[in-house]
Design a protein around this ligand. Structure first.
Ligand SMILES: Cc1cc2nc3c(=O)[nH]c(=O)nc-3n(C[C@H](O)[C@H](O)[C@H](O)COP(=O)(O)OP(=O)(O)OC[C@H]3O[C@@H](n4cnc5c(N)ncnc54)[C@H](O)[C@@H]3O)c2cc1C
Ligand code: HEM
Length: 399
């Protein structure tokens, strides 16, 4: 339990972390990944290289320090961390390793004059408190996943039952459990994690479930990333009949129950969770606008299946925006060319009443696209609390 004096020290350290937080966590990750090969497979090396992961953790630590007196205010952030940790199978035994590296990094970055024994003790106590909070929430999530129908704990082998190209760069993998038993249901928008051996190294990656739950199998749809370790391995080395180790579904980017019109907006492979959401929403009567942006027709995945759904379900209207102008005679014309902006989006959204568009909007895609969509939705009068999004990587600020 943190003492009043320790809380005061933590509060006083916040400005220091706000200016030096990222350097601190960059140094921390260098120690952690350099000296503890046992936790390396959990971390995506690309997120380390571009600084996203250190920034995400810096943000986690800062938010905690800012709210040290009322941890309940952390609400969504704690849930987000727990979801990420559970997806990648962070375990209680990992916490002391991370804690020791964090404290060492604080000492080394701040120097002995600032990082006195009292400061280090306060942060050690704070880390323990936060770690216990996360370990408890994570244990509850692991238990829920293990005890629910079709559930399991840790890795479960799945066979690739079918592999299907959806565009020049996206391929779907249909996964069935090797034990032929039912699989855990999930909320549309959630993702599973794969644990693989690539070039003799263990790696883990998250993939959104791209079809609604059916109790027997999962579908994921994967974009080949230039230079990407896992996506290229899956495209080139994993075939029908191969087996993959899968961790249970996780994630908080889920379709909330609502009768409001639903607007799903995606860019590129960001389409995957919106497909499961769309399928599930089509079982209700709510009007749906499905907006998808792609560089061109060649990399536009699932066009035929969305078109077929729109034909079958009058409640669904779909709109496509291609960055590159298509051939004039192509029969796969988009509804707009260029980058999606507020003006185009406004024409595809239900009309505003007194400057408010009472819709639920969900979006996902490359970061610049997400920034633009967030701005546009605000400009078009969609209430902030009715807008939800997720990142295909560590979370970061969009504003
Ligand atoms: C919740 C969630 C859901 C997701 N859902 C999907 C999905 O449905 N479909 C999908 O395709 N993806 C999805 N992703 C992304 C997915 O998890 C992987 O990040 C993606 O497949 C890339 O992994 P990779 O191993 O191929 O690439 P990585 O090896 O991780 O590399 C990614 C990029 O970084 C570059 N890079 C790698 N290492 C370095 C380095 N050291 N220095 C500089 N650059 C480097 C690579 O060249 C590449 O361009 C999701 C991610 C999350 C978090
Ligand atoms: C109190 C301790 C911890 C805090 C405050 C914390 C905080 C965070 C935050 C804020 C994120 C980003 C979440 C997001 O992107 O949405 C994250 C992700 C992650 N954390 Fe932690 N974490 C802690 C402990 C640990 C431990 C013990 C491990 C295990 C070694 C771990 C492994 C990871 C991994 C693997 C990710 C995802 C990284 C990626 O996307 O590459 N964390 N954590």
């Amino acid at each position: 339990m943190l003492t009043v004096a320790q809380k005061a020290i933590i509060t006083a350290t916040v400005p220091l972390l706000e200016t030096g937080g990222e350097a601190l966590t960059t140094h921390f990750y260098r120690i952690l990944l350099g000296e503890h090969p046992e936790v390396r497979p959990l971390f995506n090396q690309a997120s380390q290289a571009n600084g996203e992961q250190p920034r995400a953790l810096a943000n986690g630590v800062l938010m905690y320090a800012r709210h040290i007196d009322r941890l309940e205010a952390l609400g969504d952030l704690a849930a987000q961390i727990v979801n990420k940790h559970v997806a990648l199978q962070v375990l209680p035994e990992h916490y002391p390793i991370v804690g020791a590296c964090l404290l060492r990094a604080i000492r080394e970055v701040l120097g002995a004059e600032v990082a006195t024994d009292a400061v280090i003790d306060a942060w050690a106590a704070a880390y323990d408190e936060l770690a216990n909070l996360l370990i408890g929430a994570e244990a509850a999530a692991y238990d829920r996943n293990a005890s629910a129908p079709g559930g399991w704990r840790g890795a479960r082998p799945f066979r690739v039952a079918r592999k299907e190209a959806e565009s020049d760069e996206i391929t779907s993998f249909y996964l069935e459990p090797v034990d032929e038993q039912p699989v855990l249901d999930f909320e549309p928008g959630q993702y599973i994690s794969l644990c693989l051996q690539v070039n003799g190294q263990e790696v883990r990656r998250n993939y959104s479930l791209s079809a609604a739950p059916n109790g027997r199998s999962y579908r994921i749809s994967i974009k080949r990333e230039p230079g990407g370790v896992v996506s290229n391995h899956l495209h080139d080395e994993v075939h029908e009949g191969s087996t993959l180790d899968v961790f249970p579904p996780s994630g908080a980017f889920t379709l909330a129950h609502s009768e409001r019109p639903l607007v799903l907006i995606s860019g590129g492979v960001g389409i995957t969770p919106t497909l499961a959401m769309l399928e599930s929403a089509l079982r209700t009567a709510r009007p749906i606008r499905f907006v998808h942006c792609a560089r061109s027709h060649k990399v536009h995945a699932f066009r035929a299946s969305i078109d077929a759904l729109a034909k079958k379900h009058p409640q669904l209207e779909r709109f496509y925006c291609y960055e590159e102008a298509p051939q004039p005679r192509s029969d796969a014309q988009p509804h707009a060319v260029g980058r999606l902006d507020a003006q185009t989006l406004s024409q595809w959204m239900p009309a505003a009443k007194q400057d408010v568009r009472d819709v639920d909007a969900y979006f996902l895609g490359p970061k610049p696209f997400m920034r633009q969509v967030k701005r546009s939705l605000r400009e078009l009068g969609v209430p902030e609390h009715q807008v939800r999004y997720e990142f295909f990587g560590p979370a970061s600020a969009l504003d």
